[in-house]
Ligand binder design. Structure first.
Ligand code: ADP
Ligand code: MG
Length: 245
C-alpha cells in the first residue's frame, strides 16, 4: 500500500502550566490514506482546532509522532517545516483569511510566491484555480467586493493552487449561509472525486455527511472512527483504499 498522506501516533497537547494546565489532546492516533475525505467532529472545546493546527504544522504536539507522506515532521527544522507546509498542505479557515485590498487573483497567486514558480505560470494556475471554484468572472474583485461564499471559494482556490497533498479545512462553512455552504461543499466533493485528500473539521452533521469517514473527538480523545455511506445526491465516488486496522 502507498504511504499514508498523514499518520499521527499518540499525540498529546497540553496548554499552560500548573493549575492552568489543559489537556487538549490525549493520545490521538489517526491515519489518513490518499483520496480519503474525513470529517473530524466534536463539541466546542473537544480539541478539533488543536488537532487541525498540529496536522497543519502550525503548532507542535507536546508528545507523539506525526508523519506527512512518510516524513517525520518532528525531525524538521523551521525552514524545512515551512517548505513542507507550503507544498503539502492547503488551508481553508472559517474566517476566509484573505488579504484585504488585494484582488482575488493576487490572493490566489500568493502561495506560489515562494515556490519558484514564474510569474506567467503563477497567473495561469491562479486563473485556473479560480475558474475551478466558479469565480472566473470575479478575479479582479477584492475581498470586500465579494460575498462570504465567494470569499470562501477564493480561499479554496488559494488552498488548491499549489496542488497540495492534503486539504485541511477548519469549520469552512461556519460563517456561510445555506446556499454558500452548499456551493463550498459541492466543490470539496468534486475535489475529492478527482482524488484530493480532504480533512474537514466541523460540528455540523449536514457538513460531515459529505465525508466518507467521520472521526469523533470527546475531551481530546477519538471515541469513534467510521466510514459512512454516501449522502443523498452526492457525486459518484472515486475508489479509496481502506484504512488499515
Ligand atoms: P475545539 O476546536 O474543538 O473547540 P480547541 O482545540 O480549540 O477545541 O480547544 C481544546 C481545549 O484546549 C479547550 O479546553 C481550550 O480551552 C483549550 N485551548 C485551546 N487553545 C488554547 C491555548 N492557546 N491556550 C490554552 N488553552 C487552549
Ligand atoms: Mg475550534
Amino acid at each position: 500500500m502507498s504511504v499514508p498522506v498523514l499518520s499521527v501516533r499518540d499525540l498529546s497537547k497540553v496548554y499552560g502550566e500548573g493549575d492552568a494546565r489543559v489537556h487538549a489532546l490525549r493520545g490521538v492516533s489517526l491515519t489518513v490514506e490518499r483520496g480519503d475525505y474525513v470529517a473530524i467532529m466534536g463539541a466546542s472545546g473537544s480539541g478539533k482546532s488543536t488537532l487541525m493546527n498540529i496536522l497543519g504544522c502550525l503548532d507542535v504536539p507536546s508528545s507523539g509522532r506525526y508523519l506527512i507522506e512518510g516524513t517525520d515532521v518532528g525531525s524538521l527544522d523551521e525552514r524545512r517545516l515551512a517548505v513542507l507546509r507550503n507544498r503539502k498542505i492547503g488551508f481553508v479557515f472559517q474566517s476566509f483569511n484573505l488579504i484585504p485590498r488585494m484582488s482575488a487573483l493576487a490572493n490566489v497567486e500568493l502561495p506560489m510566491a515562494y515556490g519558484g514558480v514564474g510569474a506567467a505560470e503563477r497567473r495561469a494556475r491562479a486563473l485556473a484555480a479560480l475558474e475551478r471554484v466558479g469565480l472566473a468572472d470575479r478575479v479582479r474583485h477584492e475581498p470586500n467586493e465579494l460575498s462570504g461564499g465567494q470569499q470562501q471559494r477564493v480561499a479554496v482556490a488559494r488552498a488548491l493552487v499549489t496542488a497540495p497533498s492534503l486539504l485541511l479545512a477548519d469549520e469552512p462553512t461556519g460563517n456561510l449561509d445555506t446556499a454558500s455552504t452548499r456551493d463550498v461543499l459541492e466543490i470539496f466533493d468534486e475535489l475529492n472525486v478527482s482524488g484530493r485528500t480532504i480533512v474537514i473539521i466541523t460540528h455540523e452533521d449536514d457538513v460531515a455527511e459529505h465525508a466518507k469517514r467521520v472521526v469523533r473527538l470527546v475531551d481530546g480523545r477519538i471515541v469513534d472512527d467510521r466510514r459512512q455511506a454516501p449522502a443523498e445526491g452526492a457525486p459518484p465516488r472515486a475508489r479509496t483504499p481502506e484504512v488499515p486496522a
